[in-house]
Design a binder for this molecule. Structure first.
Ligand code: PEP
Ligand code: MN
Length: 355
């Protein structure tokens, strides 16, 4: 389905990026107003705050709901910033509009649910507000596009996407794996759809906001949505990933915006993809070595030899055949796995010889 889009028309000092900043959650009137004033002073044009918070487990802070909406109105009145919040149900949409929220975004958990998305889209029929759709929690581009199609199908033309990374069982550096190839592919499929990046939820850590924002800019993304709180350590949700308006201002000031249009045809974007893939390969190799060391421990406890020839042959044969199926020379694949196996054996020998 072709999307029928109009420009988002969001305020920004430069062509790129537009920036939406503010706390994860609207906690108290004072926290909202203090943060908003500090952000406005730094030249920020758009203020975010979660009014309804989807929490993984019950008992966490689930947002103040309607009570916090007048605070957002006050932010707009006093600072002139546009306001933005997450909507997950038709009731949220109705209330957000009633209180003059300018920009609505759909959270990752909602995007993942087609029933919820359709109900939300139906409730947005005829609205003029920009709507930003976060990627679903799982790495499924079609689901993301489907959610955008539902909203666009309801007549919302000021539409954009937010890349906030993807859940994985194995938490490593990132809270949510960026998997840059997915927003890159979204851009290839729908070139005129603006895409913003959410380094706060991808990184889950303050120190990752700057490098992730830079990476997003280098990939040609259009905007940033960043969590900022007047007292991050005391935040009621997502404390570890929020920064003060001061720090946010510094992060934005060191961003390098290259004006070259980056597309997947462009070699720099392709090299970024290669780097990302190599990082994944390194992660997997490290994981494989960990498992291999556990096997070493098992062999030690059961008096087995390190090298089990039949298993070794099985690995080389299987991987060679898989390589052929994937269009990679079987001998090349065998050589790669010989080298990996050799390192595995060395690590196991070390374990066996440890006193
Ligand atoms: C948020 O922006 O605070 C949020 C809950 O994000 P996500 O839907 O990406 O988890
Ligand atoms: Mn958050």
């Amino acid at each position: 389905m072709e999307l029928d889009l109009q420009p988002l028309g969001l305020p920004s000092d430069n062509e790129r990026p537009f920036v939406i900043a503010g706390p994860c959650s609207a906690e108290t009137e004072e926290q909202v107003m203090t943060t908003a004033r500090q952000l406005a002073e730094k030249g920020c044009h758009m203020f975010r705050a979660g009014i309804w918070k989807p929490r993984t487990k019950p008992g966490g802070f689930e947002g103040n709901g309607e009570k916090a909406l007048p605070w957002m109105q006050e932010v707009k009145k006093e600072t002139g910033m546009l306001t933005a919040t997450e909507v997950a149900t038709p009731e949220h949409v109705e209330l957000a509009l009633k209180y003059g929220i300018d920009v609505l975004w759909v959270g990752a958990r909602t995007t993942a649910n087609p029933f919820a998305m359709q109900a939300l889209a139906d409730s947005m029929r005829g609205i003029e507000n920009p709507v930003l759709v976060k990627n679903p929690v799982n790495p499924d581009l079609e689901l993301w596009i489907g959610a955008l199609e539902r909203i666009n199908g309801a007549g919302v033309k000021r539409l954009g996407a937010i890349h906030r990374g993807f859940s994985s069982y194995d938490k490593k550096i990132y809270r949510n794996l960026p998997m840059w190839q997915i927003p890159i592919e979204l851009h290839r499929r729908i070139p005129n759809l603006p895409i913003a990046n959410d380094p706060s939820h991808i990184g889950g850590r303050r120190d990752l906001i700057a490098p992730l924002s830079q990476q997003a800019m280098d990939l040609g993304m259009d905007g940033l949505i960043i969590e900022s709180h007047c007292n991050p350590d005391a935040a009621w949700s997502d404390a570890s990933q929020q920064v003060t308006p001061d720090i946010l201002d510094y992060i934005l000031s060191i961003l390098v915006i290259r004006d070259e249009i980056v597309t997947t045809e462009n070699i720099t974007a392709l090299r970024k993809q290669i780097d990302e893939i190599d990082n994944n390969i390194m992660d997997l190799l490290a994981k494989r070595m960990r498992v291999s060391r556990e096997i070493g421990q098992y062999k030690k406890e059961h008096g087995m030899t390190v090298l089990q020839t039949s298993r070794y042959n099985e690995i080389l044969e299987k991987r060679g055949a898989q390589g052929t199926l994937c269009g990679i020379n079987a001998d090349c694949v065998k050589q790669i796995f010989e080298a990996i196996h050799e390192e595995s054996v060395n690590q196991q020998i070390e374990i066996l010889n440890k006193k």
